[in-house]
Design a protein around this ligand. Structure first.
Ligand code: NAP
Length: 465
């Protein structure tokens, strides 16, 4: 029997798609799933690819069907399940056999597992949902470079590619890959939220039907906003519910789900003291969306917030420009968070390579990312919003963002992510801010002291006796 080149545990949505992708790329793979019936169904549905797949019924069988040194991908829910799976697997493995956690692990857990010293371990972030996993995901690698190099030929072969370059890259030690995946998901939250906010202006302000809104997104997808998320937003808005014949979007409950990666990003940004207000606002917006009863009570008490907006007050063009500005600002915040982690964690986290790895395969892929990769490659590059091309785009679009947020606010349309993006933009171009007042207050009540504008040595105000 041919020994498989790689093993995979967990034939759920992502694992099954990834296993087929691996087989499709000419690699022999051995698979194991907790529920054996799923393994049988998986192989039965694999068609001609079944010849490259070894179905196993025990972990021992999985291990013995792999070429040495072994490499085994885990695609199971993050958390304790990963620890338990590793604990069950390690005793069966040789010292140089590699375990790869490809789920959405919290990067602190990946750091802990990599440091455990019980054998080679990689944590890789995989983005692109089921379709990406099957036909080419974006893969963000973390762990020992030498371990990555062992499996890079397989990971690069199955990843999406952009201009012939694979969207699979080693980004740093230990939890670096899962950290970048978390920030990716944070940007994803903000991008999705901003799209939902302009949808709100069109639906509640302009009174547009879902199909018309779908046309607008489809049209925007031909321009600077071209991206996976704008593309699917157009398709979602255009779809009809087969059960009722009504627009699908109108039949979907307005409470957003989440698995927690956006929350992790927001929490970690606070630890790192890196400002990502648009991403935090998007997490808050999802939490708020689930409070349906309270929102209904609020509407009864105060009246419905959104009021009609005429198409003269905000044009579709301004809405598009506002979204361009918002998108640049949310990516800028995400990249700044990653820059902050370079120093804090001592990880490589090469920003241009990260932008490149996101150019295809992942949920936040967008036409802008190639330009972002170029802008971030400039060694003098500071915040992305200051980089040549992006500063120009912001100069051309920030007035529209301000207009949309201002008019939307006057008409009761909540735009937490777009308005947080705008506040970030304004704060980042205010050389003399207002924190002198905070420093004065802190010194007043706590004798914390402050730096003086004139460089003088007196660190306290006259209120300190
Ligand atoms: N879905 C996405 O779009 C997406 C995208 C990127 C990353 N991810 C991440 O990928 C991982 C897998 O997600 P998924 O969507 O593929 O999940 P899923 O469809 O729910 O599949 C989960 C898999 O894990 C197995 N499993 C569950 N509990 C287990 C346990 N206690 N011991 C051993 N195996 C267990 C299941 O086996 P049984 O068949 O026996 O239940 C199944 O094979 C997660 O970390 C997720 O966050 C998901």
């Amino acid at each position: 029997m041919t020994e498989a080149q790689i093993g995979l545990i967990g034939l759920g949505t992502m694992g099954a798609a990834l296993a087929l992708n691996i087989a499709d790329n000419g690699f022999d793979i051995a698979v194991w799933n907790r529920t054996a019936a799923k393994t049988d169904d998986f192989v039965a549905d694999a068609g001609p690819l079944a010849t490259r797949i070894t179905a196993t019924r025990t972990l021992e069988e999985l291990v013995s069907s792999l070429a040495q040194p072994r490499a085994i991908i885990l695609m199971v829910p993050a958390g304790d399940i990963v620890d338990k799976q590793i604990a069950a697997l390690r005793p069966l493995l040789a010292p140089d056999d590699l375990i790869i956690d490809a789920g959405n692990a919290l990067f602190h857990d990946t750091n802990r597992r990599a440091a455990a010293g019980d054998g080679p371990f990689l944590g890789i972030g995989v983005s692109g949902g089921e379709e990406g996993a099957r036909f080419g995901p974006s893969i963000m690698g973390g762990g020992d470079r030498a371990h990555w190099d062992r499996v890079a030929p397989i990971l690069e072969a199955i990843a999406a590619s952009y201009g012939g370059q694979p969207c699979a890259t080693w980004l740093g030690d230990a939890g670096a890959g899962h950290f970048v995946k978390a920030v990716h998901n944070g940007i994803e939250y903000a991008d999705m939220q901003m799209i939902a906010e302009v949808y709100g202006v069109m639906r509640d302000g302009f009174g547009m039907a879902a199909a018309e809104i779908g046309d607008v997104f489809e049209n925007w997808n031909q321009g600077p906003l071209e991206s996976y998320l704008i593309g699917i937003s157009g398709k979602v808005a255009a779809a009809t519910d087969t059960a009722t014949g009504r627009p699908m979007l109108d039949m979907i409950v307005d409470a957003a789900g989440q698995k927690g990666t956006g929350r992790w990003t927001a929490i970690e940004a606070q630890h790192l003291a890196t400002p990502i207000p648009a991403i935090e606002a998007a997490v808050v917006a999802r939490n708020l969306s689930s409070r349906r009863d309270e929102r209904a009570l609020g509407e009864k008490l105060f009246g419905a917030a959104p009021q009609p907006i005429s198409r003269d007050e905000i044009t579709l063009d301004q809405l598009e420009q506002a979204l361009i500005a918002g998108k640049i600002l949310c990516y800028a915040q995400g990249f700044e968070m990653i820059r902050g982690a370079q120093e804090a964690f001592g990880w490589a986290l090469p920003l241009p390579e990260i932008a490149k790895v996101w150019r295809a395969g992942c949920i936040i892929r967008s036409a802008m990312l190639n330009d972002m990769a170029r802008a971030l490659a400039d060694p003098s590059a500071q915040n992305l919003m200051f980089a040549d091309g992006f500063a120009d785009q912001l100069r051309g679009t920030h007035a529209a963002l301000r207009h949309v947020v201002a008019v939307g606010s006057l008409h009761g349309i909540a735009m937490p992510a777009l308005s947080s993006g705008l506040a970030y933009f304004d704060a980042m171009r205010t050389a003399r801010g207002t924190a002198n007042m905070i420093q004065g207050q802190r010194d007043y009540f706590g004798r914390h002291g402050f730096e003086r504008m004139d460089g003088g040595s007196d660190k306290h105000g006259p209120w300190v006796g």
